[in-house]
Design a protein around this ligand. Structure first.
Ligand code: SAH
Length: 390
């Protein structure tokens, strides 16, 4: 498969950006539409890079390498070893569950691999990487020797590529219904087969640790709690009371089980199944710390205006509920809203809430979710630790 770019469209590729949009392509070799790998040339026929070909996607090619190296099992072993070394350097021995491969951030576009104890959970998001599944699974098996490799390729980007969902065991044993994981000496139960994402929000680990450094003797309101990740860290740190608000019954059930596993006692009334928007609006009791970790409210660029209104609403009501000296830890996980825009939205919320607010810290991705400097689109998680001044 050969892809020739239009005249003058090679700049981003030469600078290391991994995506080629359909509009930049002059012609593609039509004989091999089914190929996984494409050779990329500029308009004069100079070889530029080698990437994954996605015939139905706007992002027609995702670059794997700027070297003339074969895309085979030893290529994936090299990339995976590099990814593993990064995690080893930053994460061990604090956790046995982390992101092993973060797509473009690890120069493996379209691929996400998360480790949950002895199991790996994979997501093959695009057509190109989907066709190389077997060789990727072999490389993962020989490098990590997991008990089992499970696939959760569904939703999001896969829909855009017109790929059907693909879920099930790829190698070894099927993971149990709940996998027990350890993170910073706290135990959690993760439903890796049916839970959100691949079962747990691994990306918030460092931000949960930040909360635990602040939570001693505090009352904490944890909105969009999922399986109680932030709540457990606050409880471990000795928070006075932690109230979790979450719309999913199954997530709250898992939170309860994880709390029990750690010996945290939490009253039923503090595991609240509710819509966080209505809860925040009607709540009148003030708290020391509020955590706001909503799901992505903008899935595409066109959603940004409506999402801005929702983020403002949440942050306004959260700021309103803070005691003097209180703290708001607020997040946005939509890649379509920049940190700059998110900060402006929160500023608007502070003005409307009538509070003068300090930024104590800006937070983002942990080391197992690296972002390529050449691909800032990969940065989705941003957070602000805020303190009203009065
Ligand atoms: N903070 C969590 C992750 C939160 S993900 C952690 O560290 O693990 C966002 C969560 O918000 C999901 O569990 C989702 O079920 C929940 N959610 C989505 N819409 C909601 C709403 N309107 N009210 C309450 N919870 C909601």
């Amino acid at each position: 498969m050969k892809v020739f770019l239009k005249k003058g469209r090679e700049g981003p590729i030469l600078r290391g950006h991994p995506w080629i949009f359909s509009g930049a392509i002059e012609k593609a070799d039509p004989d091999s539409e089914d190929a996984a790998v494409a050779e990329v040339f500029d308009s004069r026929g100079n070889w530029l890079a080698r990437g994954l070909y996605n015939p139905k996607s706007q992002i027609r090619v995702r670059i794997l390498t700027w070297e003339k190296e074969e895309i085979d099992s030893s290529f994936f072993s090299r990339r995976l070893s590099q990814a593993a070394a990064l995690r080893e350097r930053f994460l061990f021995p604090y956790t046995n569950s982390y992101r092993v491969v973060n797509g473009e951030g690890d120069l493996l576009p379209g691929l996400v691999v998360d480790r949950y104890g002895d199991f790996l959970v994979c997501q093959f998001f695009t057509a190109g990487i989907d066709k190389l599944k077997e060789v990727v699974v072999d490389a993962l098996s020989s490098l990590f020797k997991p008990k089992g490799i499970y696939e959760r390729s569904e939703g999001g980007v896969r829909d855009e590529e017109e790929l059907p969902p693909s879920v099930g065991v790829l190698a070894g044993e099927e993971p149990p219904e709940l996998v027990r994981i350890e993170e910073n000496q706290i135990s959690f139960l993760a439903d890796v087969r049916k839970g959100q994402k691949t079962g747990f929000f691994l990306d918030q680990r460092d931000n949960r640790a930040l909360l635990s450094s602040l939570a001693r003797d505090m009352t904490v309101l944890n909105c969009f709690a999922y399986t109680g990740g932030f709540a457990a860290y606050a409880l471990k740190a000795g928070a006075k009371r932690v109230i979790s608000v979450e719309s999913s019954r199954s997530a709250l059930d898992l939170a309860r089980q994880s709390f029990d596993l750690n010996g945290f006692s939490v009253a039923d009334q503090d595991l609240l199944r509710a819509d966080a928007f209505s809860y925040l609006k009607s709540c009148t009791e003030q708290r020391d710390i509020v955590v706001l970790d909503p799901p992505s409210l903008a899935h595409k660029r066109g959603d940004v205006a409506a999402a801005a209104g929702s983020y403002k609403f949440l942050n306004l009501h959260a700021l309103r509920l803070l005691k003097p000296g209180g703290l708001l830890l607020t997040f946005c996980c939509s890649q379509h809203l920049s940190l700059d825009l998110f900060q402006k939205i929160v500023f608007g919320a502070a003005v409307d809430a009538g509070r003068r607010v300090q930024i104590i810290k800006r937070v983002g991705h942990p080391p197992d979710h690296p972002v390529s400097l050449h691909h800032p689109e990969g940065e989705y998680l941003k957070g602000l630790l805020l303190q009203p001044l009065e």
